[in-house]
Structure formats: C-alpha cells, structure tokens
Design a protein around this ligand. Structure first.
Ligand SMILES: Nc1ncnc2c1ncn2[C@@H]1O[C@H](COP(=O)(O)OP(=O)(O)O)[C@@H](O)[C@H]1O
Ligand SMILES: [Mg+2]
Length: 258
C-alpha cells in the first residue's frame, strides 16, 4: 500500500552525489566526491578549513553548478535543477552564516520560510489557502525545533543557540526530506549543543541529514557515517569507528589524540 502511494519508498537513498567536482579558476575546491544520503541516517562531513565542505553543500543544494558529476534527488537526475526547484523537491539547507530576519518574530521568520515553498505559478490565486498552509507548516516546524514557547519573540532577541534552532525550524518549514546543515553547532555553549544534538537525533528518523561540523566529539556521537575531506577529495567514508581508527585520517585530520 505504502509502495503504491510513494514510489520512492523502495529505496531510502534520497540524495546521491556521483563524482561531483567544482573548480574555481585553477583550484579544484571539490574533487570527485561521491556520497549517498539515506533516510534515517546522519552523514557527517568533516575536514579542515578550506577542505571544500561548504562548496559541496552548495553543489548538492543547487546554489552553484558542478564542473563535473551528477546529483540525484529522490532518484531523479537533479544536476541541472535550480536551488528553488531542488527545495520544492524536498531539499532543505541551513547556512554557515545567519539568515534570519532579526526584526521579525520567530513565527514570522518561519512563515516566510514556509511561504517560499508555495511560490508556484499555479496557486497564485489562492492566497488564503496558501496562508493557512504556511501557518500550519510554520507552527509544526517550531514545535519540532522546540521553539513554540519563543514563537512571539523578536528573532534578534534570541540567544545564539536559539537562532541556530530557528534556522533549523525555517528549514523544516519548507517540508524537506533531506537536510543539509552547515556547522549548526558553531558558537554554541554546552547546553545549546546538547539541545541541538537531541534535535538532530529526532529529525534523523524522518529525514536524510548531511551535517558539516567541526565539533568532533559531537560528530562522533551523532553520526552514522562520516566522510573525511582533504583538499576537496574524500580520503575516507565509513562508520565512525572505522574512521576513528583510519591511519590516513588520523594523520591528515584528527591528530594522534583522537
Ligand atoms: N566562490 C568561490 N570562489 C573562489 N574560491 C572559492 C569560492 N568558494 C570557495 N572557494 C575556495 O574553495 C575552497 C573550499 O572552500 P569551502 O568549501 O568554503 O571550504 P570549507 O567549507 O571546507 O571550509 C577554499 O580554498 C575556498 O577559498
Ligand atoms: Mg565551510
């Protein structure tokens, strides 16, 4: 029954990157990277500054086109799709920099994010319905992100950790199946980090998650799979235990202490 209603249910591979590369002039920022994001799995991408992690996210989200390679979204070749088209197909992302409107309330930020999903030619004449759908999506996203109690506050007044939670909520408001998260723990205190890790653990059951993160303790706690990038290339992609004991990874990135 479920298979009839959802033809994509046969596979949990929601996003597949095949040998994607991106050049900036003479620099190959991303060099032949392949990875698969599956529903129910949190896939971390780690690497030093400049390794190509954010560029990889930009290639997957459609912000910039790849120089080579292909991106499959829900089994369809999405390589030529724009970022909005990928978003409508279920690809959500957060940014390394803050993207919230600080003078709007938490709820308004979420509603704006939800509305971006409904910018389609065929429903411009149903603003009331669009509004109700966006409102419902925003409230649900706020609930999932643990921000319902903050919904009426001006976003600029939130703590740093709450702002990052709001970014996740804004991402969830677009009803994504795949989440691409670029350093959501950056600048967070211990308590905020715990809250975010718990949230990621909950979201994982319904989404495929790609997490770019510098906090190695956090990464090794939450990741089901870890891909290690050095100079645009993947040097390892495996379970956390296998990555931790990988000699090349230890030398290139983790250091002897890990
Ligand atoms: N738009 C761009 N134009 C030129 N070079 C870029 C651009 N974006 C990123 N780079 C370069 O690509 C490399 C990878 O950057 P980035 O993906 O941001 O790394 P990371 O997120 O792993 O720190 C860096 O050397 C960076 O300077
Ligand atoms: Mg980055």
């Amino acid at each position: 029954m479920a298979a009839v209603m959802n033809p994509g249910a046969a596979t949990d591979a929601l996003l597949v990157a095949k040998e994607v590369s991106r050049r900036f002039g003479g620099l190959k920022a991303v060099d032949g990277v392949s990875l698969t994001l599956e529903r129910g799995s949190l896939h971390a991408v780690i690497g030093t500054n400049g390794a190509g992690k954010s560029t990889l996210i930009n290639l997957l989200s459609g912000e910039i086109p790849p120089s080579e390679g292909r991106v499959l979204l829900m089994g369809q070749d999405a390589t030529g799709w724009s970022q909005p088209r990928r978003a409508r197909a279920g690809l959500g992302r957060s940014y390394q920099r803050n993207t919230i409107f600080v003078n709007f309330t938490v709820r308004e930020n979420c509603r704006l994010a939800a509305q971006s999903r409904w910018q389609r030619a065929w429903d411009w004449w149903t603003p009331a319905q669009r509004c109700a759908s966006s409102q419902a999506a925003a409230e649900e996203a706020l609930r999932k992100a643990g921000l319902t109690a903050q919904a009426g506050r001006i976003a600029g007044a939130l703590s740093h950790g709450q702002k990052r939670q709001l970014e996740i909520a804004m991402c969830l408001a677009t009803a994504p199946k795949v989440l691409l998260l670029d350093e959501p723990l950056a600048g967070m205190g211990a308590e905020e980090t715990e809250r975010m890790l718990a949230l990621l653990g909950e979201l994982k059951s319904e989404h495929a998650i790609l997490l770019v993160e510098h906090d190695m303790d956090a990464v090794f706690r939450v990741a089901d799979r870890i891909t290690v990038m050095v100079n645009g290339r993947v040097i390892a992609s495996d379970t956390p235990a296998a990555v931790r004991s990988n000699r090349e990874v230890q030398i290139a990135y983790l250091g002897e202490s890990h």
